[in-house]
Design a protein around this ligand. Structure first.
Ligand code: F6R
Length: 637
């Protein structure tokens, strides 16, 4: 039976651009549980038939919650893996098994060490063999899979290159298990895990596309905004070897499981008016009109009836037209969201402004996941809030010490050693530990302490430059971050308590927080979840009734203008000031973000604000030097 058969006609038409059967869930956690349940059912079914269950497994951040749920099912509900045979997709090459970044280590840490699978049932490509042995090893891997009867269920993630396993662009549809060279984008994406690009192995052993699509069933999962674009190509694009995941379109029993963010670029979510009848509301009208402007490269007030009609928006003009009324409505919505008074304009009519005038001055609490996210995303707005007389507090949620290079510690160490021989720090020990450190090794506590101190000093310096007083700078050092490795712990009660304490101390009228869920290692996601949790804890506090919450986006991307509730213009002088404040974070200067085409972070941040201003200008709004964007967060309940 075709997987679409149980859907009604409207549902099917809504998916007419999708060449792969796709299901979207509210969040990754719910979706992961759904996948774990399917795996558990399959294991039980095979067991009842007296057969082994053959699973194809993936590593990476995507399946972690699936494995967590499988472990829970094993521990709490007696699910046994004794009858399960596993084949992992890939392994870096060369790679010792016990290296923290090896996929062997990953699988044991995230699954195998916590379930009852016999070690001999586990198969992972071997990163320790010699190059001469690789070909035979790969042949044998295929043979063992075949002899086991083939893979019953293969789970996959997807790389931003569109890779499945490590089958990078250019891989053939029939490719077998083999040694491959990693794509430069994949290397850049892995750089964080290995502390720098140079440490990432250039090669890997991977199951081939042919091996993967021989599986009886395949589930590919993807979470978060950063996967949205490649997911769209895989599901709606033509089958091309430049995006190996599109080969799955050949496979009759593949299901793609996504969270809302990863699905955002699919036609049915991005431009729903192209595939279904719409119940128009103001938000959707704004979204459709701005989409039309971008498509036709026209400003809002220049859109004509024909533009709407010829681009599947005929019913919008019929129900809400004429075109000029729609144009004016959207123009005014945007106009009202632009303000030079992010804390509200005192003694002014605030009925058409994003922030209320009173109380004035406001207490403002800015949460920053890492010690520079605040300045990078909203340095111009912070400057205005301070200059306009508000009482601004900044709370740095994590220490950010992972992102400080050893060379910087050495520089500071040399400095402090020479000026403070009596410091109670064993500088010899620290020097030794840095000298002996292997890529991926966890820093000793003394080094982590110094790295934290470096980031604190930088954040303090940037805040002082923007006239934020010393006692308004809070370093929360949330414990979930302090693992010493890229992988972070789960949020703990103490993490939430620290956020609650900061909120209760300030009793803010405005909270600003990073609301994007896109950063490479999930720190922003956890920091945001922590804030949501903390807000729930303080929901009966009287001050919360008079508090508004504004979300900024991490530096990698900016909000879509269609979703924005407040746009704060930044003048040329303010932009210069913002740049200087960013420069105070000198340990971050050399950091290049994955996929950022070697652009330094400060340039990325400044260019982003300038690009936003150009976009507003093109829509026919006033022309500014730069603009920072915010989305209002509505408290639940
Ligand atoms: C992992 C693998 C890769 C990942 C992909 C996505 O075994 O083969 O294809 O699934 O790179 O990685 P994450 O899940 O970390 O985004």
């Amino acid at each position: 039976m075709n997987q679409l058969d149980h859907l009604d006609v409207k549902e099917r038409l809504g998916r007419k651009y999708e060449k792969l059967f796709t299901n979207v869930y509210d969040d990754a956690e719910t979706a992961s549980k759904k996948i774990a349940i399917e795996i558990a059912e399959l294991i039980k079914e095979k067991n009842n038939q007296g057969k082994q269950c053959i699973l194809g497994l993936a590593t990476g951040s995507s399946p972690i919650d699936v494995y967590r749920e499988l472990i829970r099912l094993h521990k709490e509900e007696g699910l046994s893996f004794k009858n399960v045979l596993t084949f992992n997709l890939d392994e870096y090459y060369p790679m010792p098994k016990n290296h923290v970044q090896s996929y062997w280590y990953f699988m044991h840490e995230h699954l195998f060490n916590h379930i009852d699978i016999p070690e001999e049932n586990i198969h992972i490509p071997d990163g320790t063999i010699s190059e001469e042995e690789v070909y035979d090893f790969c042949q044998q891997y295929e043979t063992i899979i075949r002899q086991a009867g083939g893979i019953d269920l293969q789970i996959l993630g997807i790389g931003r290159t569109g890779h499945i396993g490590f089958n990078e662009p250019g891989s053939g549809i029939n490719s077998p298990t083999r040694m491959v060279t990693l794509d430069s984008l994949t290397i850049a994406d892995a750089a964080g895990d290995f502390y720098s690009e140079e440490n990432v192995p250039r090669k890997a052993i991977t199951m081939g596309v042919g091996t993967i699509i021989s599986s009886k069933r395949i589930i590919l999962m993807a979470w978060g905004e950063k996967k949205a674009s490649v997911v769209q190509k895989a599901i709606e694009g033509p089958m091309v070897d430049a995006v190996p995941a599109t080969y799955l379109q050949h496979h009759p029993n593949t299901e793609i499981i996504l969270d809302k963010e990863a699905a955002a670029e699919l036609v049915r979510f991005k431009t729903p008016w192209l595939v279904r009848e719409m119940q128009w509301n103001d938000k959707l009208i704004r979204k459709a009109t701005l989409w039309l402007c971008e498509k036709l490269n026209k400003s809002i007030l220049k859109l004509a009836y024909r533009d709407y009609n010829d681009n599947s928006l005929g019913d919008l003009v019929v129900s809400h037209g004429p075109a000029y009324d729609i144009n004016l409505k959207v123009f005014n919505m945007l106009q009202k969201s632009i303000t030079g008074w992010p804390g509200g304009k005192p003694n002014a009519d605030d009925s058409q402004r994003p922030e209320r005038a009173k109380p004035y001055p406001k207490r403002v609490l800015i949460f920053s996941p890492h010690p520079d996210d605040d300045i990078l995303a909203m340095g111009g707005t912070i400057n205005r809030l301070v200059e306009q007389g508000h009482e601004v507090y900044v709370a740095y949620q994590t220490s950010g010490n992972i992102a400080v290079a050893d060379s910087i510690v050495n520089r500071f160490l040399y400095f402090s050693k020479n000026i403070a021989e009596n410091l109670n720090i064993d500088t010899e020990l620290i020097q030794q530990s840095l000298a002996n450190k292997q890529p991926g090794d966890i820093d000793i506590p003394e080094v982590r302490y110094l790295k934290t101190l470096i980031r604190k000093a930088e954040a303090r310096s940037a805040c002082r430059f923007l006239n934020i007083s010393e006692d308004h700078i809070l370093f929360l050092k949330m414990p979930f971050y302090e693992t010493g490795t890229i992988k972070k712990a789960s949020l703990m009660r103490q993490d939430i308590q620290l956020l609650v304490d900061a909120m209760r101390r300030v009793q803010p009228h405005q909270i600003y927080a990073a609301g994007d869920l896109i950063d490479p290692h999930g720190t922003h996601r956890k920091c945001f979840n922590g804030i949501v949790n903390a807000l729930d804890n303080v929901k009966n506090d009287p001050w919360l009734n008079d508090c508004r919450i504004w979300l900024y986006h991490g530096t990698w991307k900016e909000w879509n203008i269609a979703d924005v509730d407040m746009a704060v213009p930044v003048s040329p002088e303010e932009l210069k000031k913002k740049r200087t404040a960013i420069f105070r974070h000198s340990s971050q200067k050399e950091i290049i973000y994955p996929g950022s085409e070697n652009v330094e972070i400060w340039r990325f941040a400044i260019d982003r604000n300038r690009t936003t201003a150009v976009k507003y200008d093109k829509l026919g709004m006033a022309e500014y030097e730069a603009i920072e964007l915010f989305v209002a967060y509505k408290l639940k309940g």
